[in-house]
Write a protein that binds this ligand. Structure first.
Ligand code: DGL
Length: 270
């Protein structure tokens, strides 16, 4: 038994609130775990920055979580994750990004082997979603599209199903993918599940949506179970940190996700 290790929290970070999609899934599937969430809100968005800058932020975010004594960390940010692939010497084993788990789910789900990927410009530019899909399923056709307007729309609350500006922009991004006949779409940025209704309305019920944050949460559960590090017993707590105003974080978080009255602390990760 690893009683001490088991009782440590799971760390999750994102540039902003998108990673809360992973928190919600983790709360569902591992209700006894304590979670430490970091939203690097002072530096959001990551998706428009260079690889070097995002890699530096990613290392700092993981270091912060390690200082909180976590037993496993999730980069619940597609953009941060795109800098991690092939860099295990920097990040070690007790962590995951969202790309590999999302790719595994998409490859398993597709029937016609036509897979769409939407993510930030930096994630799409990295090419990792596409490369890993082809490595797992060489016969797959992959259609990728950067959707740079989605993160600011989500961070500003433009997520309602009938929000006209978001619907228009989403059509612009998604109709070309629909025309390609995809049957699975990876939401490769963790902010995007907050637009799921709009995305599903445009693509129709024949396209399965894969939430990269939720898949990473499931991956973390399996990794911890394999190591015998799951925690049992009382209900877990979530502690939130952000690098900009806690009030603003609380507002956006509570607005989007049902996570109750939350305690948020401002921190520095540099
Ligand atoms: N949630 C993020 C991602 O999954 C980040 C968006 C951003 O900071 O640009 O890529």
């Amino acid at each position: 038994m690893n009683a001490d290790l088991n009782s440590r929290p799971i760390g999750i970070f994102d540039s902003g609130i998108g990673g809360l999609t992973a928190v919600c899934e983790l709360r569902k599937i591992l209700p006894c775990e304590d979670i430490i969430y970091l939203g690097d809100t002072a530096r959001v968005p990551y998706g428009t920055r260079s690889r070097e800058t995002v890699l530096k932020y990613t290392v700092q975010d993981f270091e912060f979580l390690k200082r909180q004594n976590v037993k496993f960390s999730i980069a619940a940010c597609g953009t941060a994750s795109s800098t991690m692939v092939g860099e295990s010497r920097l990040f070690g084993e007790s962590c995951t990004g969202v790309i590999e788990p999302a790719v595994a789910a998409a490859v398993e789900k597709t029937e016609n082997q036509r897979i769409g990927v939407i993510a930030t410009s930096a994630s799409i530019r990295s090419g990792w979603y596409e490369r890993l899909i082809r490595a797992a399923l060489p016969s797959a056709s992959v259609f990728s599209k950067a959707c740079p307007m989605f993160v600011p729309l989500v961070e500003n609350g433009y997520t309602a199903r009938d929000c006209a500006p978001t619907v228009e922009i989403a059509k612009e991004y998604l109709l070309p993918l629909k025309r390609e006949g995809i049957d699975v779409l990876i939401l490769g940025c963790t902010h995007y599940p907050l637009l799921s209704e709009i995305i599903a309305d445009i693509l129709g019920s024949g396209v399965a949506l894969i939430s990269s944050g939720a898949e990473a949460a499931r991956f973390a559960k399996n990794a911890l179970a394999e190591k015998g590090l799951l925690r049992q017993g009382r209900e877990g707590k979530v502690k939130f940190f952000c690098t900009d105003s806690p009030e603003l974080f609380r507002e956006s978080a509570a607005h989007f996700l049902d996570i109750g009255g939350i305690e948020v602390e401002r921190c520095s990760v540099e």
